[in-house]
Design a protein around this ligand. Sequence first.
Ligand SMILES: Nc1ncnc2c1ncn2[C@@H]1O[C@H](COP(=O)(O)OP(=O)(O)OP(=O)(O)O)[C@@H](O)[C@H]1O
Length: 262
Amino acid sequence: MLASSAPRSSARMTRSLLAADARVGPRDEAEGMSNVILEARGLDKFYGRTAALAAASLAITEGESLAIMGASGSGKTTLLHCLAGIITPDTGQVILRTRGTETDVAALDERERSRLRREAFGFVFQQGLLIPELTALENVAIALMLGGMPRAAAEGHAAGWLAALGLAGFEDRRIGQLSGGQAQRVAIARAQVTGASVVFADEPTGALDSHTSSEVMDALLHSTTGQGRTLVVVTHDADVAARCSRIVHMRDGRIQPSEVAA
Ligand SMILES: Nc1ncnc2c1ncn2[C@@H]1O[C@H](COP(=O)(O)OP(=O)(O)OP(=O)(O)O)[C@@H](O)[C@H]1O
């Protein structure tokens, strides 16, 4: 249900992203790593003299749910933002592998990264991505309308996603009229309605009590890895991390040695 309700435009998008400077190599370079969908290779990121990332490397397998944990300031959000093309590292590559092609996300210009974020990636944050003045249905549909889909079709897809996330009957509620858990399920629908291959979540349950947090993780996992998509979660919550198929720990801007990608 979820898989069929989302238009899969990432192949078209990826083809159009294959500008010469972003193309890092043919498929056979990825021999033995064919199921790695996203990879950070030696990322450095400085803010002034602060090294937020220091040679951070990580390989993410298609269909896995990966939790990134670590102390405050260890670089979790910076790594997530680099992987998702929100910011670019000072050095290193972020390799996205889809349908036989490789793209270095870090080498794309802002316009191309923006399109990548819109069409291939989805985002669920603790708060802030939903528009309070709009209804639940409009918040989800707008993601499709921004990509050019007519309103009626967009609302049809959006209604399907809300129903799949247990929100049938809540379509016309504004965000402020929903509970925290319901609002996060709207955010989960919005993150994926455009056909995201990889969903990034930064403290997706940070504002929720433990029962609601568990329900939101159920919805997040079911709608992502449960449908073959990939989920990357930054969290301080050990219970949230334990729900994921793999946990990596960051310290001082790098993935802890035991977790460094082979
Ligand atoms: N935009 C920025 N400007 C300046 N310094 C930044 C910026 N973003 C991050 N930093 C610094 O980079 C380091 C890593 O920050 P980051 O937010 O990635 O850590 P984090 O592990 O996600 O922390 P938290 O768990 O507290 O969210 C910190 O020292 C932080 O202060």
